[in-house]
Design a protein around this ligand. Structure first.
Ligand code: SAH
Length: 383
């Protein structure tokens, strides 16, 4: 059964269909008889010749010189999930020329080259990084995301909608947007409760040497590294998979991981070694797991926090910044401030308290239940 689908029509001036019949995918505004005013930017149109014949189907934008970008020349092909999946499948098939033992990074969708004008997708291992450059593709975004995830089996998709062409198209320039697909089979997540501290860290780390202890998948590290090409970040975590994901997060955000350091190590051991080797940092982040889960474990935990903070202060240059956190429910803000002040006293270093935080706003605390607040974080300058 053949099904003919109709979209609003845009008519060409005489003979302007020739390049389209040859496979070109753009129609400049001057080739149209009349701009179809009643179509929203990015809306789908059927392109007809001056004699009224169907030529192609694409999307229209009145704001750009390229008025229409063609998606199909098949009158029976609707622009829907099925269409996107067929195009993506064909692109995936072509990339099978790459031996997976040799590379896991390549361009998966190359805009017009793969029949999807306005869409760029690069693949880095199991993660896709996409850019949507046009209003037409933006309208198809939810379908594109589903189709990409289904056709590639990727674990994650990052939409980097920060390109300047978006402005010309009348689209918002977005910052970096993480779209984390259910991280299948991976016992992992993201520490959303540190969002505000990651943001706050940025002003201290430009062009600095930063040590991120207990980095997990590099939340603080990525924020720091993004502030400047001159920032150098060392990420330390005992978990090999966390460090590997941290490295992936650098790549996702366009940062060369080889310009930074990733260490699989026990933080205490690493800090002692750094101290012996007289390594110095401008900024140190300490975000350890909860040392105390129960009241009984409190004094042991306080000891561990003191040891950790003293070690961190010793690898900090005078005037360096320490961000120290505790996510133990039984350790209060006063306890943490006590840890910092006692550690500094023992080392005869001065402390200027700069900023204090709890968990970020999406983790509100019920004030009648102080135990719903668990995270404390302080930024200090260590003299
Ligand atoms: N700062 C992270 C979250 C840290 S979670 C973020 O912003 O996302 C705590 C991390 O500490 C975990 O990744 C765990 O693997 C690591 N860890 C626990 N004990 C450790 C130790 N002794 N040395 C190094 N890493 C450790």
């Amino acid at each position: 059964m053949s099904l003919v689908i109709h979209y609003p029509t845009a008519s060409l001036k005489p003979h302007k269909e020739e390049s389209l019949l040859g496979g070109h995918l753009w129609i400049f505004s001057g080739a149209l008889q009349q701009p179809p005013h009643w179509i929203e930017p990015g809306g789908l149109v059927d392109v007809k010749s001056s004699t009224g014949q169907f030529v192609a189907r694409g999307y229209y934008n009145p704001r750009t010189d390229i008025a229409i970008r063609i998606l199909t020349r098949d009158i029976e092909e609707a622009i829907d999930t099925g269409f996107l999946r067929r195009r993506i499948r064909s692109a995936v098939e072509l990339r099978q020329v790459f031996d997976p033992n040799e590379t896991n990074a390549y361009r998966l969708i190359n805009s017009e080259g793969d029949g999807l004008p306005g869409l760029i997708v690069d693949r880095y291992a199991e993660v896709l990084v996409a850019q949507i450059h046009t209003a037409g593709m933006e309208r198809l975004r939810p379908l594109i995301i589903d189709a990409l995830m289904e056709e590639t089996g990727s674990r994650g998709l990052l939409l980097r909608n920060d390109s300047q062409s978006r402005r010309r198209e009348g689209l918002e320039v977005e910052e970096v947007l993480f779209l984390i697909d259910p991280w299948q089979g991976q016992k992992t997540g993201f520490f959303l409760d540190q969002r505000d501290k990651r943001q706050a860290l940025r002003k201290y780390v430009q062009a600095k040497r930063v040590l991120n202890c207990f980095s997990y998948t590099g939340g603080f590290s990525v924020y720091a590294a993004l502030t400047s090409d001159k920032t150098h970040v060392t990420s330390v975590d005992i978990s090999e998979s966390a460090i590997e994901e941290a490295r992936q997060h650098f790549i996702l955000n366009g940062i060369d991981p080889n310009q930074h350091r990733f260490l699989i190590a026990d933080v205490f051991d690493y800090l002692e070694q750094a101290l012996r080797e007289e390594e110095q940092f401008d900024v140190v982040v300490l975000d350890p797991p909860a040392f105390a889960k129960t009241q009984g474990a409190r004094s042991q935990a306080l000891k561990a926090y003191r040891r950790l903070n003293m070690l961190a202060m010793q690898v900090l240059r005078p005037g360096g910044i320490l961000l120290t956190c505790s996510c133990s429910g039984v350790i209060g803000m006063d306890d943490l401030l006590g840890v910092v002040s006692q550690s500094a006293q023992r080392l005869q270093r001065k402390v200027q308290l700069l900023e204090t935080f709890t968990q970020s706003v999406d983790h509100p605390i019920n004030i009648a239940m102080p135990e719903t607040g668990y995270l404390k974080a302080v930024f200090c300058r260590i003299g």
